[in-house]
Design a protein around this ligand. Structure first.
Ligand code: C5P
Length: 220
């Protein structure tokens, strides 16, 4: 079984995906990591983020082990890390380069320890539209920019990152605009995606709805 969970930053995709992966014994692929890895490596090597050719070189040589190594860096999940990821992810050549790595995972999904899984859950922006258009079930998780900014702000505060709510909100809106307006693989729900709006619902409500949908599809 392949499930895709797309949607904007801080909509609740990660939480939903991890819980569903655990419940159904699926391997979890957080596809934002491939773009965060390229963005961070650019910054660590002192490259200009506006240089698509340099970003492509890094994307071409990216492996799962390199990505996991970079994910230990505190800047991988920082506000700056998210912004840099969103800049490099807009380059068509970078997206094309990273597509195979993401698609191959659906053919041989594995858990973090390398053991094979019977399916995968993808979390991203274009996983239902471009990476896995053949997925069995597709969700598009969304929430208002203000609600998402509030959630991200609290996460950053808990980590001690010095950033104001207004800055987080501006960043959420800028990332939405970049993700929705880029030429290649813009963020949008797949035609056959189920939309889950998490603005006013608890994670338990959203999870219950997602499980109902998965169970009803499995019976067909
Ligand atoms: O989900 P996350 O915040 O880690 O993603 C970081 C950035 O990577 C996003 O803002 C988006 O620009 C990009 N991304 C993408 N396609 C995906 C996943 C993430 O363009 N499938």
């Amino acid at each position: 079984m392949i499930i895709t969970v797309d949607g904007p930053a801080a909509a609740g995709k990660g939480t939903l995906s991890r819980v569903l992966a655990e419940k159904y014994g699926l391997a979890y692929f957080d596809t934002g990591m491939v773009y965060r890895a390229v963005g961070l490596e650019m910054a660590l090597l002192g490259k200009n983020l506006n240089d698509e050719a340099e970003a492509l070189k890094i994307a071409d040589s990216l492996t799962f082990s390199k990505m996991n190594e970079l994910s230990a860096n505190p800047d991988f999940r920082s506000a700056l890390g998210g912004k840099n990821a969103s800049i490099v992810s807009a380059y068509p050549s970078v997206r094309a380069s990273l597509l195979k790595m993401q698609q191959d995972f659906s053919k041989h999904p594995v858990f973090a320890d390398g053991t094979p899984a019977k399916g995968a859950i993808y979390d991203g922006r274009d996983t239902g539209t471009v990476v896995c258009p053949q997925a069995d079930i597709k969700f598009f998780v969304t929430a208002s920019p203000e609600v998402r900014a509030e959630r991200r702000f609290k996460e950053f505060q808990a980590k001690g990152e010095k950033i104001s709510y207004e800055e987080v909100l501006a960043d959420v809106k800028a990332r939405d605009a970049r993700d929705m307006n880029r030429a290649v693989a813009p963020m949008k729900p797949a035609a056959d995606a189920v939309i889950l709006d998490t603005s006013n619902d608890t994670i338990e409500d959203v999870l219950r709805r997602a499980v109902e949908i998965i169970e009803s599809r499995k019976q067909k």
